[in-house]
Each structure stands twice: as structure tokens, then as C-alpha cells.
Design a protein around this ligand. Structure first.
Ligand SMILES: [Zn+2]
Length: 287
């Protein structure tokens, strides 16, 4: 996948770098009293590369804060490269970080996975396994603010979605919002084994209240998007939830729900397997 690397300024002193491994985005917000890095990639080594790319922009940038948009390794395993910074995340990331990290390491140990499809090599997978874990130092429930002296960065939780700890990171003076994997541009939204498909669209709806026609939204993966893209993807996720609910209330068995076609579904059935499993389990109270 040919993806440009290096930080690009998307608004006044708000930069985004898109890295080829897992096609992940890293944000950088510069202020008078230091910088905030939003997500840190998938290993200690990749976090070191991010640090190097920031130093290449200007040697005097001091990263005082790291924000994790959610718990997943491709956004958090580089945290260890930012030793002196405070790492911020939602309470649920604090609660699940170690178990999720151990789960993903065990998965990579058993099977390094689809490297070429996701832009990573065997060496990148080995780096994931070698990563020293660093979870959040500072967690919050509803919201938090990082004060950079001449500007603020706000962190907001609006409910479950891609995981139970996805947050929006907003730079209000520039109208840029980072939404982590609540939104994806280069692939359909990722419904994994820890997703909340019945809640996801409402969560996005809450964050949409803060967006306007000029907003720049940085997804977890892919190019920056606008509010219309977010609304469209929110609507697609909402259709998935509607079909799951209809099948539950119709008494359809899960095994049938996993394969039953429906022209309204916006994504391939195999992409939605975890969405149906999680939706059914959530409804039964056993996720
Ligand atoms: Zn994710």
C-alpha cells in the first residue's frame, strides 16, 4: 500500500502522519507548553520512529502528553517510546489495557497474521511481541482537558462503539477532531470481538454534535474526512444495528443470522460476523 509518511499539517499546528503498517494515523498537536501525540502505533520500535519524525519537524518539540483513542495495540503499543509524557485514555482502557495487550501478543505468537494485506512484515510482528507495555497514567470517565498554555485539547467519551473505550479528541480552536477507530476511511469500520454494534451509531451521533461543515475528522485509519463522511458511516453502522435487532426480535438463531443475506447490509457478511455475535450476546446480557 503506497501511503505517504511524515507529518502533514491539517490545521494550525495540528498534524497527522499516516504510517503504512496497519495504515494507522498518528496526530500531533503543538502548543506553547508542549505537544500532544494522539496514538503511537503498534510497537515500541514504531513509537521510536514517531518520536524521530517529530524531532525531524523541530528539535525543540517536547511531547508532554500522549492520548490513546482506544485500547487496541496498533494505537497504543508505541506509548513506551514516550517515557516522560503522561498517557491519557478512557477508564475502560485503563481497566482492559493489560489483558487486551496480552491477548493480542498471544494471537501474534500463535499466528503472525495477514502481513501484506495490513502493510506489515514479519519483523513488525516480532516488534509487537517485543514491546514493553505502557498503559495510561491518567484515565477519565466522561471528559478531560489538556491545557497547552495557548490552546486546549479536549477528550470526550460518548459511549461504546468500536470498543468500550473510544474517545474523541477535539482541538476546538481549529475544528479538528480525531475519532480513532469509531471511523475508518481506508476500510469498513472494524467490528471486532470487543465491539458494541448496537451502541456505536448513537456514540457517533453524540460526537457529530460538535462537528460542522468545515470540520476535519481524522479517522483511525486512512485519509482525513469531513462531516458528511462521518454521517454516512454512522448511518451504515446504524443499518447493521437495525438488522441485528430485527433478527433478534424475530427469534432468528445466531447461526442463521450470520449467513442470512439482506440487501440493506452495507458490508460483506464475513466482515460482520463479530457484529452479529456481539449484538446477540449483548441482547442476551452475555457479551
Ligand atoms: Zn481499533
Amino acid at each position: 500500500m503506497a501511503v505517504p509518511t511524515g507529518f502533514v499539517e491539517v490545521a494550525d499546528r495540528v498534524l497527522v502522519a499516516r504510517y503504512p503498517q496497519w495504515d494507522v494515523n498518528v496526530g500531533l498537536v503543538l502548543g506553547r507548553d508542549g505537544a500532544v501525540v494522539i496514538d503511537t502505533r503498534a510497537s515500541s520500535r514504531q513509537g521510536d520512529e514517531v518520536r524521530g519524525d517529530i524531532r525531524a519537524l523541530a528539535r525543540d518539540i517536547v511531547v508532554r502528553h500522549v492520548v490513546s483513542t482506544h485500547v487496541h495495540f496498533d494505537h497504543t503499543f508505541g506509548n513506551s517510546a514516550f517515557g516522560s509524557a503522561t498517557v491519557h485514555a478512557h477508564d475502560n482502557v485503563g481497566r482492559t489495557f493489560v489483558s487486551d495487550a496480552e491477548r493480542i501478543k498471544a494471537e501474534f505468537r500463535a499466528d503472525p497474521g495477514d502481513g501484506p494485506e495490513y502493510g506489515y512484515t514479519a519483523s513488525d510482528a516480532a516488534d509487537v511481541l517485543a514491546t514493553a507495555l505502557r498503559g495510561p497514567d491518567c484515565t477519565f470517565g466522561k471528559g478531560a482537558t489538556i491545557d497547552l498554555g495557548d490552546r486546549v485539547v479536549t477528550l470526550a467519551y460518548a459511549g461504546r462503539g468500536h470498543t468500550d473505550g473510544d474517545i474523541a479528541v477535539h482541538v476546538p480552536d481549529t475544528d479538528v477532531m480525531f475519532l480513532g477507530d469509531l471511523i475508518e476511511q481506508s476500510a469498513p469500520p472494524s467490528f471486532g470481538g470487543d465491539c458494541w454494534p448496537l451502541d456505536w451509531a448513537d456514540t457517533l451521533g453524540s460526537h457529530l454534535n460538535w462537528l460542522g461543515p468545515a470540520s476535519v475528522v481524522v479517522p483511525g485509519h486512512g485519509q482525513c474526512v469531513d462531516v458528511e463522511f462521518v454521517e454516512r458511516q454512522r448511518d451504515e453502522i446504524s443499518v447493521v444495528a437495525t438488522v441485528i435487532r430485527e433478527r433478534i426480535t424475530a427469534g432468528m438463531p445466531l447461526e442463521q443470522a450470520l449467513v442470512e443475506p439482506d440487501a440493506r447490509l452495507p458490508y460483506r457478511p464475513d466482515w460482520l460476523e463479530s457484529a452479529f455475535r456481539r449484538g446477540f450476546a449483548q441482547y442476551a446480557g452475555t457479551p
